[in-house]
Design a protein around this ligand. Sequence first.
Ligand SMILES: [Zn+2]
Ligand SMILES: [Zn+2]
Length: 604
Amino acid sequence: MEEKNLESLRHSTAHLLAAAVKNLWPSVKPTIGPAIENGFYYDFDFSDVFGKASSATKGGASFGKTKISEEDLPSIEQKMREILPSWKEFKRVEVSSTEVRKEFHDNPYKIELIEELVQNKEKISIYQSGDFRDLCRGGHTDKPFSDLKNFKLLSIAGAYWRGDEKNPMLTRIYGTVFPTKEELERHLAQLELAKERDHRKIGREMEIFTQSEEVGPGLVLWMPKGNIIKEQLENWAKQTEEEWGYQRVTTPHITKSGLYHISGHLPYYKDDMYPPMKVDDNEEYYLKPMNCPHHHLIYAARPRSYRELPLRLAEFGTCYRYEAAGELFGLLRVRGFAQNDSHIYCTLDQAVDEFVAVMKLHEYYYRSLGITDYYLEMGLRDPKKKAKYHGDEKMWKLAEKLMREAVSKLDIKMIEKTGSAAFYGPKIDFIIRSSVGREFAISTNQIDLYMGDRFKLKYADKDGKEKTPVIIHRAPLGSHERFIGFLIEHFGGDFPVWLAPVQAMVIPISEKFEKYGQEVEGVFKSSGIRVQLDNRDEKMQAKIRDAQLQKIPYMLIIGEREEKGKSVSVRLRDGRDLKEHKLQEVAEKIAEIIGTRGLDIWNE
Ligand SMILES: [Zn+2]
Ligand SMILES: [Zn+2]
């Protein structure tokens, strides 16, 4: 189905949801109900139904309740199904502002929307289906009674009216709908899988990370196992980027405000930054929201010659951004993160080739991790809001042209998004999709023709003249936080062997073999394998089950036969039983698999 039709289908079902809720709780105030990716929602104000505090109000479906919950979803769905047959069409009724104000006089949310329409001199329309009427500008399906059959309500959440925390908190009901039953079922199965693979759940079970109220929202505490994953990724990036010609630097977490006035982050980016701390006679220091300005200063530390370019400075730089509390989500949206960042300083002539190389580095990283589902999103200026952006027309056009030229040399799909450029230039994001279908904006890339001037960066060119370098920004592995969040969901915790926090578990079938177990552990350790010995007083089956739950790739089971033969019986995380193999051979084989940083867990 075309995206546009799917959108009408979703939005139409939001009407149906509102009709059912209004029918069940007549004093509810429906607000807005848009289509969203994969479904729809409708926001309601239930305060007149259940009372502002918690006192249960009179009668009906709300008796004894203080708010609606997910337990109510089946009865709402039931009501939707009852209403649906009477919905022959969405009938458009154009109304005058006086009439419509009268009709919605007891709903301040609709009144607010109406007043805006009046102010913008827009036509006001009501859509009626069955006996339900809603203020709406249109975009519905033609035959609701037959089109809207395959829906499902999914969840309930709180949401502020118009996303502003100064406004009342509303109740948001999410749902989804598809043209066919099969598509709906497929989607629900995927949601189920996504729930199972939720990185917060697996992160807790595998002891990868934690968060604490005492530390603050959006700030991640990496546990020992998570830290192994983080360090493995970092080592990989360091080694890879050294091969690709990068040099590493380290910069501090805090900086005087002056630097951000040069970069333009102040005032443009102020709302996304933590407020400053004042020290040394009221000097303001900010936590850094980006690493760029610091790298620019390293470039500017001494005169540069064209011979040094491209100069590629890289750092896993820690940044802090003051994301809205309501936006924070596990590892995927956080307030503190370490970014696989780099800035490449080059001549204008080198910019396209360098950008192509950056894209190829992304492909190399993603291919190595088995990530094949990705595309590019080009963020362009909103032409109606030019005041939001720095730099002149010529610069924006040229930056865009260079990036398009680079992308055209590669075989990656690109879509465009107006209004999502950085304040100093267009950008290209890599969007990757995990095996559960969730999309992650991982890496932002730019050919930046603005900051070089701003920081007065120079190099002496062949002809002896001083010129300003082009700056390329890139972060293929994103931040550790978001990337590991992605990897957890993508692999469902079954990390490639080289990333697995514990790679092998030695499981003696009884305590008699503990000594041999220690010997096995020693051999694996000296082969550089992260191994543990499970010498708990538990049954072998329980130990195997626990190791499987911890998603440990190799279980090495040992008993009398293995001890005599200096061997181990190998079981794999995926359930394969490889039987007995020589201890030394197994250690060598696993060490080799780890060394390749591949995806295979065993090869014959
Ligand atoms: Zn509508
Ligand atoms: Zn940057």
